[in-house]
Design a binder for this molecule. Sequence first.
Ligand code: BF8
Ligand code: SF4
Length: 626
Amino acid sequence: KLTTVEEMEAATARLLETGAKVGADAWQLRVKNQTPHCKFGEQGVCCRICAMGPCRITPKAPRGICGCDVHGIVGRNYLKFTAGGAATHSDHGREICHTLYAAQPDGAYKVKDPEKLIRIAKEWGVETEGKDIYDLAHEMAETALMEYGKPFGVQRWLKRAPEHTQKLWHDAEIEPRAIDREVATSLHMTHMGCSSKPEALVRQSLRAGLADGWGGSMCGTEFSDVLFGTPKPIDTEANLGVMNADNVNIVVHGHDPSLSEMVCEYADDPEMIAYAKSMGAKGITVSGVCCTSNEVAMRRGIPMAGNFLQQENVVLTGACEAIVVDVQCIFPALGPLSKCFHTKFITTSPIAQMPDSDYIRFDVGTAAEKAKQIVKIACENFKNRKPDLVYIPDMKQKATVGYSLEALVKTLDGVTNSQVDVTGTTKPLIECITSGVIRGAVAMVGCNNPKIRPDYAHIELMKKLIANDIVVVASGCSAQAAAKAGLMDKAAKDLCGAGLKRVCELADIPPVLHMGSCVDISRMMVLVAELAKDSGLNISQLPVVGCAPEWMSEKAVSIGNYVVATGIDTFLGVDPYVAGSSEMGQWLTEGVRDWVEAAYTVETDIEKLVDKMIDRIEEKRTALGI
Ligand code: BF8
Ligand code: SF4
């Protein structure tokens, strides 16, 4: 039985009552103060990139002081938004490369998947014969770091794409060069008095997006696997009920597994568990929020407490001894909120420093020591819990997670009827799609956003898709929405159409496959690239679409741009502040198709959104004659 959104909302309402008791603020209250939103901002027609402004475009004032029209203003805002997201994902990837550079056989960070390291080294033409694995790791880390600033050439990872896709990128002049260069070029283009032509701004948006998905994010994913292990199917649980009232609860939140892996490592240490017991607890429970949760769920089976708009809820349980964060998607609200409870809000990164937090600076050199310190602080805080404030909603679902591309290929080997040897390829999946047993696939990604009833769009869309024999791969907060509802439980096969249900049974998989965090959307890119190569089709011909129904972050727009640029039609449930410009709308929903064979659809009506996706998948099937 699925957990419904209504049940989750009832649990939240009960938690907000606790909040009211202690005078806590919450996003549900702040949203009211911020509504209605500024119309100029909403439509993207406000420009404040120079100090002659801010200029706002209205029928009476159709141009800014410099003469820029609405299309230029909306376009520049869109490119800046993209650049923010590309910088963020890519910098996360860079941090991972630095962690790899610091890996030592006897250090806190080790190479857990040497085979994958060697595979990537060969792909990059780096000599591996007779080399010590740690020497190779350091050499590869340095080579990857060079991708961020190299003066010449394009991203190494682009070679993973089918030749046709590479040619499209080349011809459209959107092949990303150095990763940082695409971010810098974007900011250069959006400076006062540079580009105001939508076509140029959209082109660079795609390029900066590609620098993320086929650059920085891919470094993040691939080298995280090398360091922490390539995910394999593993059982876990999801929703607030994973927190344990008898235990010290540590919640890891953010994105970079370098922190969360170490916290999990030490929370599992017998010495630390004994320490927790000495403080009156029965043990230690680590659970996660946001993408960090996806990272440690996929590799360690650490349970998922919730996604983006549930982050305040973990503190509102009154049973959270410490919420430990690194970077991205962390509500500054957690500081003041924690002060209403006994919770320690521990920030760890110079990149994300917040008021009302305990700042324990985390770096690769002192990782073990700092992680231990954090776990100890949480244990010692157990005695400060106020029992009358504790309420953990009795709500959790089983989930099987960890479908990296490597794991997926292995798992699907079980479903083929083919005589020829297709193991180790995506061909069994292609057979399922060609025969119509599976109609197609949707990549469900992205955040929650109060503009959309939280989790509702994710869950309802997925239910309808799987009922129509469309397999779903999910990442980020969308994946957590699925897991919380129960859609990543293998039993969810019963909600599928007959074809997909059969595949789930044969391969022993849930119908919604957890592919990881948001940087792991790079896994999805490699998956479609492999599908295209193994089928002899172009990526744009595959009956596959992408969807972010509740997105909110700059990162999500960067992702959208690289998914579209990779040839996958992408459906958004929230408008990316472009409604103010007909020309920008035209470029994003149609114009880009001439370059990359895919485009955006923005549809805020959830019912229509899912129907449009299904229609698109069926259109692609018809075009292929399958
Ligand atoms: O990178 S899905 S709310 S947690 S931005 Fe953030 Fe959105 Fe969640 Fe991860 Ni992605
Ligand atoms: Fe106004 Fe032009 Fe300056 Fe923007 S760049 S604030 S439109 S004068």
